[in-house]
Design a protein around this ligand. Sequence first.
Ligand code: NAD
Length: 483
Amino acid sequence: MTTIDYPELYLGGAWHRPTTADRIEVRSPATEEIIGSVPAGAPGDIDNAVAAARNAFDDPTGWATWHPKQRAEVLERLAAELESRAGETARRVTIQNGMPIWLAEQFEGGFPSILVRYFSDMMVNSAEVDTRPGMLGGTALVSRKPIGVVGAIVPWNVPQAITFLKLAPALAAGCTVVLKPAEETVLDAFLMAEAALAAGLPEGVLNVVPGGRELGAYLVEHPGIDKVSFTGSTAAGRAIAETCGRLLRPVTLELGGKSAAILLDDVDLGASMESLFAATLLNNGQICWLNTRVLAPRSRYGEVVDAITALASSLEIGDPLDPATKIGPLVSSRQRDRVEGYIAKGKAEGARLTTGGGRPALDSGWFVEPTVFADLDNTATIAREEIFGPVLSVIPFEDDEQALAIANDSDYGLGGTVWSSDIERASALASRVRSGTVGVNHYSNDPVAPFGGIKNSGMGRELGPEGLHAFQQLHTVYLPPAG
Ligand code: NAD
C-alpha cells in the first residue's frame, strides 16, 4: 500500500525542513497498518512558527491591518481550495480515526469551507466602529481588534471541523495562528496546509506544527502567543487553564461531556430513531456532545430499553470507508482499552448489558460493538464519566422534574436533548437543562448559534458572532467634548 508522507512542515507560508528528524507515524484503526507519516514538531519548530505568526501579526501593513474585504478575498480562495479537496479530506480523516466516510464527507469535507465563508462574511458585514455619545460630554469609539497570535490545539475525533471552529473566525478577525493537530490525525492537517498554500495565505498567517501533549503545553506557554483556543479532554483543559491563569492569557476551552437525552412520556420513539442515533452514537461514540445517558420515563422504560437496544444492535459495523458502515473502529488500541475498561466497570457495578459489550468478529481493527446498559442509576461510574466510545446507559425517571434533576446531576454541561410530541413542553424543559446547548427532537450544531460548555465541559463559545468575538479584543477611544 502506498503511504502518505510529508518531508516538511508548513511554517511561515511555505514548506520548511523541521528542526529534528523525529517523525509521527499514523496507523489505520481499521487495518492497523501504517498509512502515512509527517515530521514530529519539536520546540524549535514551535519557536519558528510563533516567530512567523508574530511577525505576520505585528507587520504594520500586514494581515491584521487589512480591511476585512481584503482578507475575505484570500479566505474565499481558501474556501475554494478546501472545497476542491473535500473528498480527499474526508477520506484521510476516515483512514486515520475511523469516522464513517458518509459522516466525514459532511463534517470534515463539507463544514470547513462553510465556516470560512460564514465568518468571513460576518466580518465584512460587522460595523467597524460603534460610535457612542458619551454621558460625560465626549464620544466613545468602540471597536473590535484582532486578539493577536493564536495557539490552537485540536483533538483527533473531528479534526477538520474543530480546526475550522477556530481557524475560520481567527483568520477572519485578522489573527495569525499556530495550529497543533493531534498526533493521530495529521494527514488531514497537512492537506489543509496544502490548501492554505494554494490559496496564497500571506506568509506566517497560518503555521502547522503537529505533536503530542508536551508540544501542546510548550505552545500554550510560549511568550509569543496572545490567546489559546483548545478543544480536548477536561484533564488537559484544566492544565492549560492553570497555565493561562498564571500568564493572564485569554483562553477558550471546549472539553468533555456526559450529556443526557430526556425522552418524555409522549415521545414518538418510532419517528425518532434516526435522530436518536445521531444524538447518541455518531462517530463511533467519539464526539464530546453525544447524549450517552438516555433518560427514560418509568412508564415506558422497557419499551425504550428495547428500542435503544434494537437500534444499537442493528448498526452496520465495519470498514469505515464503506458508505454503508454506521460504526467504525475506535481511534486507537489505547482508546479501545479505555472503553472496554468502562464496559467491565458497568458490569461490575451491576448494570444489565442488553447488547454489545464485546468486539465484532472482524480480522483487524480497534472495534467495539455498540453497547447498551440498563437497570442502573445516575450514580454508576458509566453514567458519570465520559467514556468516548459507543456505550449508552438507559436510566429510568419518574416524572419530568426528576428527569431534569438527573440530566443536571453531572460534572459536565455541554449538550443534551429533550424528545416529545409536544415541542412547547420539550422546549420549556430544554430551557432548564444546565448545559451550553440543548436540542429538541434532534441535535445539531448550527453555525449561527454559540456552542460550548459549562462546568467541566469548558468555558467560552465557538460559532455564531460569539465565536468571532472570542478572537477579538475590545478597544475604546474617548474623543473629547466638542468645542
Ligand atoms: P486530549 O486532551 O488528550 O488531546 C487533545 C489535544 O490536546 C491533542 O492535540 C493533544 O496533543 C493536546 N494536549 C493534551 N494534553 C495537553 C496539555 N496538557 N497541554 C496542551 N496540549 C495538550 O483529548 P483527546 O483524548 O485527544 O480528545 C478527546 C477529548 O476531547 C474528549 O474528552 C472530548 O470530549 C473532547 N472534545 C471536546 C469537544 C468540545 O467541543 N467540547 C470536541 C471534541 C472533543
